[in-house]
Write a protein that binds this ligand. Structure first.
Ligand code: GAP
Length: 546
């Protein structure tokens, strides 16, 4: 069907995946045993890249945050602190957060192909089976046609069309209650009709058992988001540090979701890392803070290279918002594995109101019950019962007591890393050692994100050049991740570094031995200039800060 990704983009994604494996950015988890679906291991270069993404985020948002004056666009100055909470928390946390009851997808299995699908992704097939016309949306300039079953999906296409005239559609939408049974439905890739099971709800939280007993009382969950650790520690942070509202609490860490269809490389994994901020403010100022964080987070991605048409911010429409939210914006990137014109979420910036603090303070847990058990009512169903602790805040100046509102910029470290990788991937031409143009693959990472910042290369493996180069390598290595490479012709060595995104190559030649100068080659422009070793350090330092 039109609308699939183009062959060029498909090839690009294949090339990125292959480069990641070949050069040690990413490997399939447990590969020698056939792999573990939805789980990925970062290799020697990948771990540096992802660490740089997380460090850049942490430094920009927390450790280097200037709380002495309002930042550009901010309504006021504010403080930022960090937390590192456990992955296993009290089960009642997930009851109060809504994850226990609401965090599920609907899935269907195909008995013929043994494949599993998310129901929302194949819903149009139920309508077709009932002889219903489904909407066909045509995006004129993209020459695409899409079968659309729901009004919500239609909205997505409206957003993609630059103006209403480009989008034509025909057919009808239908509600879930009109779908009928599965007996006439043809599953994707199936030959027979009626092989799909009825849609079933599937909670995405991973369960585990705490302690030696394996019974209901020992059930706990791996956190599906890092955010709740921040909410339940709100009082601890206020009481133990000198923060006053407005302030933000940040956390980076693993989250786990038992995704029904993990796919698209690391984009949808079962184990992934989040970088989340919960920003606490006065309710009367929350709308302003929401706009501030939305714009600031978008510009963060710009800064590290995701500018242009591949990045966009999409404000949710009113009927897409959770009941407690007055605004949510997704920062999205056009990953090459998506259909032309489609975008995937990198980060959500949500106005959560006082939903979480209120939910965790309401009611009271039964103190006699096992602390690891979700509290249940007389009917056996889990009951919503917060901690009963007062999580309100008293303003030290005005004495006003209120439940703060929360703005939540919630980013995925793996998705951001993948977006930076995809955006950096470029193919162009560079002269080889004989001056002939050859194709080259280059990862144009921002120097701050690049896993290796510089490579030191002796021009030849003799005449004292290796010793001189090694001394420089040892010096640089104290300050930046640096490589030393003396194998093969220098042009090939440049190419090896281009392919892993090293921004600078430093060549030691005969002249270096007499006057100490070296040749500095810049990755993107391939320009070369002679500089002193001191200049090398300051040039790399400036580029990383840039
Ligand atoms: N506390 C809010 C929250 O967790 P979310 O939109 O479910 O919101 C936030 O997740 C971010 O976490 C997403 O924008 C995405 O970058 C990342 N993320 C979520 N599920 C993921 C998955 N299965 N694999 C990789 N990253 C994921």
């Amino acid at each position: 069907m039109a609308g699939d990704r183009s062959p060029t983009e498909e090839r690009t994604m294949e090339k990125i995946v292959s480069l990641c494996r070949r050069r040690g950015f990413l490997f399939q988890s447990s590969e020698i045993y056939g792999g573990m679906n939805g789980c990925w291991d970062y290799g020697p270069l990948g771990v540096e890249l992802k660490r740089n993404v997380k460090d850049a985020w942490w430094q920009d948002m927390v450790s280097r945050h200037d709380d002495s004056r309002p930042l550009e666009g901010a309504p006021a100055s504010f403080e930022m602190v960090g937390l590192d909470c456990t992955i296993i928390m009290h089960p009642q946390v997930w009851k109060c957060s809504g994850h226990y009851d609401l965090f599920h997808d609907e899935m269907v299995d195909c008995r013929e192909t043994k494949k599993r699908y998310r129901f929302d992704q194949i819903r149009a097939r139920w309508a077709l089976a009932k002889g219903r016309r489904v909407c066909i949306a045509v995006i004129a300039d993209a020459e695409e046609e899409h079968e659309i079953a729901t009004a919500r999906a239609m909205k997505h296409f409206r957003l993609r069309a630059k103006n209403a005239e480009e989008l034509s559609w025909d057919g009808e939408f239908f509600g879930l209650d009109e779908l009928g049974d599965t007996s006439e439905v043809l599953a994707p890739d199936a030959k027979e009709v009626g092989t799909l099971t009825e849609p079933r709800e599937f909670n995405l939280m991973f369960q585990t058992n705490v302690g030696a007993m394996v019974d209901a009382d020992a059930t706990a969950f791996l956190r599906p988001e890092t955010a709740q650790g921040i909410f339940v520690n709100f009082k601890n942070v206020v009481d133990s540090s000198r923060v006053s509202i407005p302030f933000g609490v940040a956390q980076v860490g693993k989250s786990f979701r038992n995704e029904i269809t993990p796919r698209n490389f690391t984009f949808r994994s079962r184990e992934f890392e989040q970088m989340e901020i919960e920003f606490f403010c006065h309710p009367s100022e929350s709308a302003e803070w929401y706009r501030y964080w939305r714009d600031r987070r978008l510009s963060w991605y710009h800064r590290y290279g995701l500018a242009g048409e591949h990045l966009r911010m999409r404000e949710h429409e009113a009927d897409e918002l959770s009941h407690y939210s007055t605004g949510t914006a997704d920062i999205e990137y056009a990953f090459p594995f998506l259909a032309e014109g489609d975008f995937g979420e990198l980060e959500g910036v949500a106005h959560r109101g006082d939903f979480d603090l209120r939910s965790h303070s309401e009611g009271k847990l039964d103190p006699s019950s096992n602390p690891l058990t979700v509290q249940r009512g007389e009917d056996g169903k889990p009951v919503h019962r917060g901690s009963g602790k007062d999580l309100s805040y008293r303003d030290p100046v005005t004495n006003e007591r209120f439940l703060p509102h929360v703005i939540e910029p919630s980013a995925g470290a793996d998705r951001a890393t993948l977006a930076f990788l995809c955006e950096a991937y470029t193919e162009d031409e560079a002269p080889d050692d004989a001056g002939k143009l050859q194709s080259r693959t280059v990862l144009r990472f921002h120097p701050r994100l690049a896993p290796v910042k510089a490579a030191v290369l002796p021009l030849v493996k003799k005449d004292g050049m290796p010793e001189h180069a090694q001394a420089l390598y040892r010096e640089l290595k104290q300050e930046f991740p640096t490589y030393y490479d003396e194998k093969a012709a220098v042009g090939r060595r440049y190419r090896r570094q281009d392919e892993i995104g090293t921004p600078f190559c430093i060549t030691v030649d005969g002249e270096s031995l007499s006057d100490g100068t070296v040749t500095l080659r810049e990755r993107d422009s391939m320009e070369q200039r002679r500089v002193s070793p001191d200049e090398v350090v300051s040039i790399i330092r400036d580029a990383i800060r840039g």
